[in-house]
Design a protein around this ligand. Sequence first.
Ligand code: GPV
Length: 808
Amino acid sequence: MESIFNSKQEFIECYRSQIMAITGKDFEHASDFDRFNALARLIASRARTVQTATDNRVAKSGKKRVYYFSIEFLIGRLLDNYLLNFGARDLVCQGLRDLGADLDDLCDLEPDPALGNGGLGRLAACLLDSMAHEGIAGYGNGMRYRYGLFKQEILDGRQVETTDEWLASGYPWEVRRQDKAVTIGFGGRVVGYEDGGRMYYRTEDTQDVLAVPYDIPVVGYGGKTVNKLRVWSTEPLEEHFDLDAFNRGSYAEADAHRADAEAISAILYPNDAGEHGRLLRLKQEYLFVAAGISTILDTFRLEHGRAWSELPDFVAIHTNDTHPAMCGPELMRILIDEERLGWDEAWSIVTKTLSYTNHTILPEALETWSIGTFSKLLPRLYQIIEEIARRWQDDFDKSRTGWQDLLRNTAILWDGQVRMANLSVICSHSVNGVAKIHTDILEHTVLKDFYALMPDKFNNKTNGISHRRFLAESNPGYARLITEVIGDAWLDDASQLARLTEFESDPSFLERAARVKRENKARLARYMAAEHAISIDPNTIFDVQVKRFHSYKRQLLNIFKIMDIYNRRISDPNFAVAPTTFIFSGKAASSYAFAKETIRLINSVADVINADARVNEIMRVCFIPDFRVSNAQLIYPAAEISEQISTAGMEASGTSNMKLMMNGAITLGTLDGANIEIVNLAGADSEMIFGLTAEEVEELREKGTYFAWDMYNADRARLGRVIDELTDDTFSALSGNFESIRNEVMQSNDANLVMKDFGSYVDAWERLTATYADPMSWNRRSVHNTATSGWFSSDRTIREYRDEIWHA
Ligand code: GPV
C-alpha cells in the first residue's frame, strides 16, 4: 500500500507546520484538541488530493457514478479509520510518540457526527466505506444537521434529550462548497406557458432557501480511491436582516428570516406528531433530493453534455428507504420543464436510473404525506406525481382478475395521502429488501401486489458491515491476533476470515482470543467507570443488547428475563446463575412513550439489583447512556452474548447482530432478519435460537387465539410475578411504577408476543450461559463466529449492488 507520507520525518514536519498554520502555536504549546484538529485537517487535505485524482480518473474513464441518497449517514469518527485505510496508522502513531503525544488519546477527542440514528444510517456509512474500497465512484448525498439527533442522558432512570452540539468546535473533515450552493424553492404557484406549440410549466413566487453543500472525504481501504459524502445545510438566500427591528431592540425578530431558513437543517427527524414538524421533514426531504439531483446533472452536463438518453449509462441514483422518494418526480421535473424532453422519454430515463431499498415491513412505518400539505409546499412536483399516478392507473392491465385490489394497493395517491413507498417502487427499476426473509416478506405481504405485477424488479441484498471499522479498528487486539495467524489479507478480503477455522481447535489460539476478549471487557469497564461512574465486573459474562428502542425489538423481553432470574435467585439461593452483566444501550424516539418507559424500567431494575447484596456478585444490569458509533466500538468487542430477540418477521435485517458475531459473540436470538443467515453460516451449534418462527407468529395472529392473560395464568409463579412487579412497587423507588407497560402487555394483548416467547427465551438463556463453564467450547464457538462472519462484510453487499442493481 502506498502511504500518504514518505517517512515518519516527513509526517512530523508536515504536522508541525499544520499546527502552526492553524493555531499559531508550536506543537509543544498546542492543546490536545489543537493537536487532534491539526492532525485531522492534515489527513483531510491529503485525502482531498487523492479525491481529486480519483475524480479525474473517473471522468476520464467514463465510469458510471453511483449516488447514494440517504436522510442519515452515521459515519462515526474518521481519524483512526482513515489512518488505517491509508496504511499510515503505524507511522503516524510512532511520529506522535516521538513528539510526546498518543494517537489513541487524540482520536478520542474527535466529535461523533450526529448525522444518523440507527441501522439505516450506519448501513449508509458502511456502504460508502465499501464503495471506496471496491473502487466504485460512489457518493453519499444527505443532510448536514446542525444538532443531528439528540444526546441522551439518564436522569432518575429516564431518558432526557439534550441538543448534541457536535459542530461546536468545528468539524475538521468538511469543506464548505459555497460555489456549489443551490437555490431551492418552496410553495408558490405553477404557471403554464406555450413555446413552439408545446406547454411548459414553471413555478413562480416561491419562497427560496440556499442549500450549501459540505463535502466530507470517504477514504477507501488501500488509499487509492477517495470518494465523497456531500451533506446539505440551509441558509437564507439573501440576508433580510431587519435593521429597524434590530434598532428597536427586537434582535430575534431582526434575524427571523435566517432562523426560518436554518431550521430546515437544524435537526434529524423533527417530531412529526404536529403539522409543523411534518412540514419541516417534508422540506428536508425535498431539499436534499433537489440539491443532490442538481449536483448530479451539473456533473453530467459537464461530462456528457445534454445526451440525456445516456444518463442511465453514466449515473445510478439509489434511494435509501423512502425519504429520498422525490428523486423520481424531481428528475422528471427537470427533464421535462427545463431540458424540455417529452414525458415518455424522460420517464424511461428516470426509471432506468433509480433504484430503491426498503428497510421495514411495518406498514405503519411506510411514509405518507397529506396531499393538502404536499401540493401546497411543492405544487409542481405534486402535479408530476399526479401524472405518474394517472398513467400508472391508465396503463393498468384491467383484464387481470382482481385488478381492482392490485390497483388500490399499488396506487400512489390514496385516501388523501401521497404514498412514498409506492412512488419509490414505481419510479425504480429495482426494489430490494435487506435480508432474505425480509425480501421474502416484502414479496408476499407488504409489496405483494407489486411483486405480482413485476416480480423481476425485486431482489435481495442482505446487509453488511464494514469489517475494517467494526473488527480491525474497534478490536485491535483481536485483529492483531488474527493477522498473526492468517496474515493481513482479510482487511482487503473478508472471506479470508474463513481461514481462522483451522484455529478453532488450537488451544493456544483460543486461549489468546479469550485473553483479548477479557481485555476488551476491561476496556469497556474502564469506560463505564470513567464516563458514568458505573462499575462492572469483567469476570462476568457480558450479555449485550444495543440498538434503538422499539417494541418489536423486545428489550422488554430481555428485562423480563432479568427480573425472573433475579426473583428465582432471591427465592432460592441455590438456583445456579452464571455470573452475568446485562448490558443495554440505545435511544428511544423522543415521542415514543412505550420505548422510553422501557428504558426507565431497565434503569429501575438495575437500581434495585445492583444494590442488592444478595445477588450483585452474580448479576448486574448496566445501561450505557448515549449509544453512538464511538461507544458502540467499545461495546461490540467486549460482548459475549448477542441479544437479537425481535418478534420473528419484524426485524428487516439487523446489523448489530453481524457486528457482534464478527467480534466473537454468540447470538441468542429468534429466527428473524439476518439472524437466519447467521445461523446458516455459523451452524446451529454456534448460536442459541429460541421462540416462535415468522410462520408461527403469522399463524397465531391469523387464528386470533392468543391471549396475554392465558400466558399470565399458565405461569403465575414466574411470568405472572414479573408482570405484577411492574406495578407493586418492587421497582418503583427510582421514579415510580410501570402501569403503562403492564397495560401494553396485558390490556393491549401483547402485540409483540413477549409473554409467548418468555419461557423459551429464559430457558435458552439458561442453557447458553451454562455452557460458559466450559471455556474451551465457548471460545471455539466464539472464534467460529468470527471465522464465518466474512460474508457479512459490506464489501460483499456492495459488490452485489454494483453487479445486480447499478451495473457500475
Ligand atoms: I424504516 N431501519 C432503521 O434503522 N431506521 C428506519 O427508519 C428503518 C429501518 C433499520 C431496520 O430496522 C434494520 O432491521 C436494518 O438492519 C437497518 O435498517 C438497515 O437496513
